[in-house]
Design a protein around this ligand. Structure first.
Ligand code: GLU
Length: 281
């Protein structure tokens, strides 16, 4: 089977060298194996994503010498598909509406005197809305209350069992421990989608066989594997790569403007020089 890789940036800013490294890693893996390299714009967050950044990302990738196969998948154009996946999970009782605000969750966690966090740094949801009755849920929704859809982790694991694993280069078979994330949000209040749902849905929809991405997402792969098992989606292999650091030793982020692909190009560097700076000479 020929390999399919992808680069899936969120258009919340311009590409920096860390993105260039990630994109080149995925692109080279596909091209070296005679496989396909796909591009996906992960723009479900209407507050943070901008169309002009998405356009700039395509332009900067092309300038770097990266070509992609087939049309670019833009997540905001596929919200009906994510909603359908959520509807399916809801029909099976695997997600429930959560009416809590962030402030309410913070108050509840503080009152409990302990604030356990998931591997992504988010506070674990205390389960406030998990036990609401069907009638109360329906009443609050009919009254126009905003709600997110949370995964019922206990029920999900009861369906899949706890023997899930995924294949990650350099790690072998990694045993999943999704319970440490708690009842994560799969459908946000503002859009019927979430990073975890969309990334997993789309890797399956696009036939991705090898997911290359930063090692900051290694833990989240537990959740993605759980969703694959629940939805009957195939499990790709994973290769998590190191993250590039800025001059201060911290991982590169939007604040490192001087490390932007665009800024370096405007400063007169060639594409080859920028690829070399990204560690991909
Ligand atoms: N859109 C995510 C990001 O920009 C990447 C998701 C992934 O590669 O799984 O961080």
């Amino acid at each position: 089977m020929s390999i399919v890789t992808r680069f899936a940036p969120s258009p919340t800013g311009y590409l920096h060298l860390g993105h260039a490294f990630a994109a080149l890693t995925a692109w080279r893996r596909a091209r070296a194996a005679g496989g396909r390299f796909l591009l996906r714009i992960e723009d479900i967050d209407p507050a943070r994503c901008r169309a002009e950044y998405a356009a700039a990302i395509l332009e900067d990738l092309a300038w770097l010498g990266i070509d992609w196969d087939g049309p670019v998948r833009v997540q905001s154009a596929h919200l009906a598909e994510y909603r359908a996946a959520l509807d399916g999970l809801a029909a099976r009782g695997l997600v429930y509406p959560c009416f809590c605000t962030r402030a309410a969750i913070a108050r509840e966690v503080a009152a409990a005197g302990a604030a356990p966090h998931g591997p992504d740094g988010a506070v674990l949801y205390p389960g406030t809305c998990r036990g609401l009755g069907a009638e109360e849920r329906a009443e609050r929704i009919a009254a126009g209350a905003a709600y997110a859809l949370r995964l019922d982790m206990g029920r999900a694991l009861a369906e899949t069992g706890d023997g899930l694993w995924f294949e990650a280069e350099g790690h072998g078979a990694v045993a999943c421990r999704p319970a440490r994330f708690g009842d994560v949000v799969l459908g946000r209040k503002d859009v019927p989608a979430s990073y975890h749902l969309c990334v997993t849905h789309d890797d399956a929809a696009q036939g991705v066989t090898l997911v290359t991405r930063g090692e900051d997402l290694l833990a989240a792969t537990d959740l993605h594997r759980l969703l694959q098992a629940l939805m009957g989606w195939p499990a790709p292999s994973y290769a998590h790569h190191r993250l590039l650091a800025g001059a201060d030793g911290r991982r590169l982020a939007k604040r490192d403007g001087a490390m932007g692909v665009r800024a370096l190009r405007e400063a007169g560097l060639s594409a080859a020089a920028v690829r070399a700076r990204a560690g991909c000479a």
